[in-house]
Design a protein around this ligand. Structure first.
Ligand code: SAH
Length: 366
């Protein structure tokens, strides 16, 4: 269920139009309001000088503009930035910006913690606390756009890509994530192209199927293993939605997107676990019907983790094998190591972790 909140940062254009109609206003006023919220970063309705005093005061009675509070901002030697952002629920999440020559990628969180407990992910070890609201997800982008404008004065757009690869499983916070992506892709919001907003999932198959009816954002899956036996150990939700059902949902999604668009397959390489030549060969076989590109992520360690990162020659050998089999396969270089901003290292502050069991029982049915 979509959180019931009147934080206007989480209102899509159609939602804002209906709210305006309820308030006895013309729906097209949404254009002005959205620009105030996402282009001019208004913090108070009183700033919205081109809308009537009456509307400003109705807004103040029923709604708010709640930009989440930044608790900490860190910058890595390589330019990567990480923010710790407070959630209304009491916990905190992390968000990371990764600058590259021609693009800037913002990695946002969708939940405080995560219920899925993948064996190699530090967020999973934190347990699950709560969903972020749509406004809290959009708020992350708003904070980044605002704060990066000053750091990159010569770039007309600093954040070109958004990936839901921070904390949480986006498809288990479906309605809020969907609303947030719509605002991110709307020209009156942040105008990010649908190809450049990527929702990443550990494999919530019903969520993927439902997503296809509502959006044409890009999709990434966290596969990490080429067979069910291994994937059951690494990504426990695989016991509920095995590889075949995951890949068939992805094929359908890719078919709906049409054109030349592909699904991104993420594969974290764990030494001696899933990094052998036979795994690469099996992966190449299993993905043969999916229009995809493969992102290899050498494991990033965190305190208490039992896995190790494979030696660079193993990573290249794995990549070469996939390339020879005809796949686009990239190795994701580790960024922001010195501030623990790499994949799987985001922990935020998940104060109450007790929600995991109940939530997990609901999803995994066991
Ligand atoms: N829950 C979603 C969003 C998180 S994305 C999903 O699973 O897709 C974060 C990505 O980093 C996922 O592919 C995840 O599997 C990967 N990852 C997690 N922990 C990691 C680690 N310690 N080292 C490298 N990659 C990791």
């Amino acid at each position: 269920m979509r959180n019931t909140q009147q934080d206007l940062l989480g209102y899509t254009r159609p939602e804002l139009e209906s709210l305006l109609v309820e308030l006895g206003e013309k729906p097209w006023r949404a254009v002005q309001v959205l620009k105030w919220l996402h282009h001019r970063f208004a913090t108070d309705f009183e700033e919205m000088t081109d809308i009537s005093k009456v509307l400003r005061s109705s807004f103040s009675e029923i709604a708010e503009i709640h930009e989440p509070e930044v608790l900490l901002e860190q910058q890595s030697a390589d330019g990567t930035r990480k923010w710790l952002i407070k959630s209304r629920s009491g916990g905190a999440v992390e968000m990371v910006f990764i600058p590259e020559e021609n693009r800037g990628t913002l990695c946002v969180s969708s939940q405080v913690g995560c219920a899925l407990d993948c064996s190699f992910c530090s967020t999973g070890k934190q347990g699950f606390n709560s969903d972020l609201t749509a406004g809290e997800i959009v708020g992350q982008l708003r904070i980044a756009v605002k704060s990066l404008a000053a750091a990159y004065p010569d770039r007309n757009r600093v954040v070109t890509n958004v990936v839901f690869m921070g904390m949480g499983e986006p498809l288990l916070n479906f309605d809020n994530v969907l609303a947030a992506t719509q605002i991110m892709m709307d020209d009156l919001g942040y105008g990010i192209s649908k190809r450049k907003v990527t929702i990443s999932t550990a494999g919530v198959v019903p969520g993927i199927r439902k997503l296809a009816d509502h959006t044409d954002a890009s999709l990434a899956i966290s596969l990490h293993a080429p067979n069910n036996e291994l994937r059951n150990q690494l990504v426990p939700i695989n016991r509920k939605y095995p590889i075949e059902s995951l890949l068939s949902a992805c094929q359908e999604y890719a078919g709906r997107l049409g054109g030349k668009r592909t699904i991104t397959v993420e594969y974290t390489l764990l030494e001696g676990v899933n990094d052998q030549p036979a795994h690469a060969a099996e992966l190449a076989r299993v993905l043969k019907d999916l229009p995809c590109k493969i992102n290899l992520i050498p494991f990033n360690s965190f305190p208490g983790s039992e896995y190790r990162r494979p030696a660079p020659f193993r990573v290249s050998a794995f990549q070469d094998r996939l390339i020879r089999a005809g796949y686009g396969a990239m190795v994701r270089t580790t960024r922001g190591d010195d501030i623990d901003a790499a994949c799987g290292q985001l922990v935020g502050n998940v104060a109450d972790r007790t929600n995991r069991q109940e939530r997990y029982r609901k999803i995994a049915g066991g």
